[in-house]
Design a protein around this ligand. Structure first.
Ligand SMILES: NC(=O)C1=CN([C@@H]2O[C@H](COP(=O)(O)OP(=O)(O)OC[C@H]3O[C@@H](n4cnc5c(N)ncnc54)[C@H](O)[C@@H]3O)[C@@H](O)[C@H]2O)C=CC1
Ligand SMILES: O=C(O)C(=O)COP(=O)(O)O
Length: 526
């Protein structure tokens, strides 16, 4: 049975799903070195934000097939390293949206009405109504940085509270923003005009320290900033200085550059700062949602099914994949075949999606073709996750084209590989019953099912040549399962496709190429 390691606190609903297909070990609070030591035994890893999955951990993860992040942010996972190793990384893009949005709104209100400090004061026995006079958010301007899932929900609630909404998000259209009653502005205008600023963007090299001394200096003296997105988007040192010097009014933070938050000048500040320990996703509802969502994906991948929210497999949406499934095997087979015909180092792979496959939705077939092409070199180490990256690292240029005018079959694929030993092409399609047919080879028409061992020759179409090859194979005790010849014109060039029951013995290919009229001979194993 497979083994899953759960290294952060996950709702039992997720553990129950994983237990259907695997032995589940829950080990919380592992240090990176400890994780590195044990990860080799596991097929899957389920985490939240607490576990750092570094390149070293991934290097040590000899059997790992999937990393499931029960939440949104995958910045604690070295995704490129996982991709290179062919490990699927999945998350739960929507399971905690509401929880995170409501936490940001709660932080805004807590700051405005001094809830946290007023509560602490009453509990100390004080009754201090003057110190805790607050501000209303009604008619104030809220600047939302990142108008994605969480930012949009915040916008909807804030609108209902009577706030004026500005947003900065270069990837959102004006129409979409208008529908939400939000005015899209640039970051400069947003920080200058907002009374409240709330961050809902991922942590990336572009967003690291987006809120720095310079940005803080542009804000209004009454501005309050909320970060329930990711630590490190705000420069915490600069924020502490701005708050201390009264450059801005307040800050409410749920996430920090380093978690748990250790020594920090923010802790020394008074009621102008509200701090929570990364609680954005910590609601009962969100934890059930994300645990089920991610555990189901891990279970599916263990059962050989696609994951619905893989962050490192482009375009592999499960609905589309279901439709394409029969063609994925065709693409892999053709990729493997053309790679072996090309022989040496392939420089360019041209994939033409033909007939009804000539749509955007068929893009996974390109990935499957690359996977097939690289199979001889990488065997099981190439998969849908890393096929693209492996091709890039080998300098293989992949060109995708579409041709819906090809009508021989409902859908067909044409692959052309060019390398240091020349160019070869193969075409293939599916029969009505889903059976794979190779329908073209080096532009010659053929119609053969793929076979484990095959021999292809390019030869002059002349009497006697087929007999000679047959006798030669017989003399080496090679049994022929089927044979077919394809030609374009009589007595021109032709191809011969022979399916054989066993691998071709050493030396025989050389003998075949010596037969008069044979131009080339190739043997492949599929
Ligand atoms: N505190 C917590 O516990 C939680 C934090 N989060 C964090 O919240 C953040 C947002 O999550 P979602 O709304 O689900 O993501 P999302 O992907 O739906 O939205 C992110 C938005 O940010 C925009 N964006 C990206 N780069 C930008 C930039 N440089 N400037 C402006 N906009 C930019 C994108 O266009 C997108 O619309 C993530 O960082 C996530 O990790 C999510 C859940 C819980
Ligand atoms: O989903 C996210 O991005 C979060 O930040 C939630 O983190 P958590 O799962 O609560 O450690």
């Amino acid at each position: 049975m497979s083994k899953v390691l759960v290294s952060d606190s996950i709702d039992q609903a997720g553990i129950d799903i994983l237990s259907q297909v695997a032995n589940v070990d829950v080990k919380l609070g592992l240090k990176p070195e400890e994780l590195q030591q044990i990860i080799g035994e596991y097929d899957a890893l389920m985490i939240r934000s607490g576990t750092r999955v570094t390149e070293e951990v991934i290097e040590a993860a000899a059997n790992l097939k999937i990393i499931g992040r029960a939440g949104v942010g995958v910045d604690n996972v070295d995704v490129p390293a996982a991709t290179r190793r062919g490990i699927v990384v999945v998350n739960s893009p929507e399971g905690n949206t509401i929880a995170a949005a409501e936490h940001a709104l709660a932080m805004m209100m807590a700051m405005s009405r001094n809830i946290a400090d007023a509560n602490a004061s009453v509990k100390k026995g004080e009754w201090n109504r003057k110190t805790f006079v607050g501000t209303e958010v009604y008619k104030k301007t809220l600047g939302i940085v990142g108008l994605g899932k969480i930012g949009s929900h915040v916008a909807g609630v804030a609108k209902a509270m009577g706030m004026k909404l500005l947003a900065f998000d270069p990837f959102i259209s004006n129409e979409r923003a208008e529908q939400m009653g939000v005015q899209l502005v640039d970051m400069d205008l947003l920080v200058k005009q907002a009374d409240y600023i709330t961050l809902h963007i991922p942590k990336t090299p572009e967003t690291a320290h987006l809120i720095n001394t310079e940005m803080l200096a542009k804000m209004k003296p009454n501005a309050r900033i909320i970060n329930c997105a990711r630590g490190g988007i705000i420069d915490e040192e600069a924020l502490a200085v701005a708050l201390k010097e009264g450059k801005i009014k307040g800050a409410a933070l749920d996430v920090y550059e380093s978690e748990p938050l250790g020594e920090s000048p923010l802790k020394a500040l008074g009621k102008e700062v509200v701090l929570t320990p990364h609680l954005g996703a910590s609601t009962t509802e969100a934890q059930v949602n994300v645990a089920i969502d991610v555990a189901e994906q891990i279970r599916d991948v263990m059962l050989g099914l696609p994951a619905r929210s893989a962050v490192n497999i482009p375009g592999l949406n499960p609905n589309v994949l279901e439709e394409l499934k029969p063609y994925m095997q065709l693409a892999e087979t053709l990729g493997n075949l053309v790679g072996q015909l090309a022989g040496g180092r392939v420089e360019t792979l041209k994939v033409t999606l033909q007939g009804e496959l000539a749509t955007n939705k068929s893009q996974p077939l390109v990935i499957a073709s690359i996977k097939g092409l690289l199979y001889q070199a990488l065997r099981e180490r190439v998969n849908y996750v890393n096929a693209n990256i492996e091709a890039k690292e080998r300098g293989i240029r992949v060109i995708e084209t579409r041709d819906d005018s090809v009508k021989d079959y409902a859908g067909s694929l044409h692959l052309e590989a060019t390398g240091n030993l020349g160019t070869h092409d193969v075409t293939g399609a599916l029969l009505g019953d889903g059976e794979i047919r190779i329908t073209g080879l080096d532009s010659f028409p053929i119609n053969v099912p793929p076979n484990r061992y095959m021999l292809f020759t390019v030869h002059r179409d002349m009497p006697g040549i087929i007999g000679k090859i047959g006798s030669l194979l017989g003399s080496f005790n090679v049994n022929i399962a089927s044979m077919q010849v394809g030609r374009k014109i009589v007595r021109g060039d032709a191809v011969m496709v022979i399916s054989i029951d066993d691998p071709l013995p050493d030396g025989i290919l050389n003998e075949i190429t010596k037969v008069p009229g044979i131009r080339d001979a190739y043997t492949v194993t599929l």
